[in-house]
Design a protein around this ligand. Structure first.
Ligand SMILES: Nc1nc2c(ncn2[C@@H]2O[C@H](COP(=O)(O)OP(=O)(O)OP(=O)(O)O)[C@@H](O)[C@H]2O)c(=O)[nH]1
Ligand SMILES: [Mg+2]
Length: 306
């Protein structure tokens, strides 16, 4: 089970303010935005379905990539409103940066004004050089601030050696162990295929129990971060653009619902970002999204607002 960090303080980061009508602090009625990240085929969409307890996201086969577009769905789970944002494999080592660009921009409009938690998805498997390269690549993009919001989630729990838990499994791999340590020791395991039974003899090997534990870990992350979401200049600039579009849409169509106005605004902002950020490399964009402050963030945020 998770070794989540303590309750921590409610300090807002320096320089962060609310953006328009969307607050950066979680209120009771808000949905928790949880971003799922990981290599293609590790089971990100299956994990989202396991958390929701129903099939909302499309599952791929083991060879072809299924999720080509960032997608968000909201549902109440264990009394909490949860929005899961399923991302394509940003950190695959065999994809060109150009190919990923539109996907990253689409995700940025879904993440804004910022997620409350990130799940880094890995598989229980022997970590070959390729898997190690993916972890190293993720690590190079994620800032210290990012890790305060992150939890490692293993799929394919059925591959755990009999009698072993996930902590014992990861202790054999220095790279994975250090990634989990950066996430404050937060780590869970599920099996999207084999751990769905009602009452297994081993409660550890049960998705129901692991999902409950994962949601408690996310509660602790939110508490430790004082209810604020992970955000930065780029996500706030995108949120400002979305709010501007919402106001424009509401002037154009008086009866439009809030949800529909936000949906259409995100689409408009996405088109604008594709044009406005055409000259920005995907690697620079990823750094700008997953780091808090830095030269690339300032440049990208200025381009978003231009
Ligand atoms: N045995 C087992 N199979 C799994 C598990 N999770 C996912 N799978 C299988 O792995 C394949 C890929 O699962 P997806 O959930 O589509 O993976 P993904 O990470 O969303 O893939 P992309 O969208 O292509 O990046 C499917 O055949 C799933 O049934 C798991 O925990 N155990
Ligand atoms: Mg998927």
């Amino acid at each position: 089970m998770s070794d989540a960090e303590g309750s921590g303080g409610g300090r807002a980061p320096h320089g962060l303010r609310g953006t328009g009508r969307t607050s950066l602090l979680l209120s009771v009625s808000d949905s928790r935005r949880i971003v799922i990240l990981g290599k293609t085929g590790v089971g990100k969409s299956s994990l989202a379905n396991t958390i929701f307890g129903e099939k909302r996201f499309t599952i791929g086969d083991t060879i072809n990539s299924e999720t080509a577009r960032c997608r968000a769905e909201t549902k109440t789970v264990c009394g909490r409103s949860i929005t899961l944002i399923d991302s394509p494999g940003f950190f695959d080592t065999d994809r060109s940066e150009g190919e990923l660009k539109a996907e990253v921009l689409r995700c940025v409009t879904e993440y804004a004004p910022g997620p409350h938690a990130f799940l880094i998805v890995l598989k229980v498997e022997r970590f070959t050089e390729q898997e190690q390269a993916v972890i190293t690549k993720m690590d190079s993009y994620f800032s210290e601030e990012f890790f305060k919001f992150a939890t490692v989630l293993f799929t394919h729990g059925d591959q755990l050696p009999p009698g072993k838990n996930i902590q014992q499994f990861i202790s054999n791999n220095r790279l994975v162990d250090s990634l989990v340590a950066k996430c404050g020791g937060r780590c869970h395991v599920i099996d999207n295929k084999y751990w769905n039974g009602p009452g297994p003899e081993d409660p550890y090997r049960s998705n129901a129990m692991q999902v409950r534990g994962l949601l408690l870990t996310i509660d602790r992350v939110i508490q430790a971060n004082g209810g604020r979401c992970y955000t930065n200049e780029v996500l706030q600039a995108v949120e400002r653009k979305i709010q501007q579009q919402i106001e424009a849409l509401k002037r154009e169509q008086r009866n439009i619902s809030d949800a529909e106005a936000r949906k259409q605004s995100k689409d408009r902002v996405f088109v604008g970002l594709c044009v406005g950020l055409a000259a920005v490399a995907t690697g620079v964009l990823l750094v700008a999204v997953f780091s808090v402050t830095g030269p690339s963030g300032v440049v990208v945020a200025a381009a978003v607002l231009a």
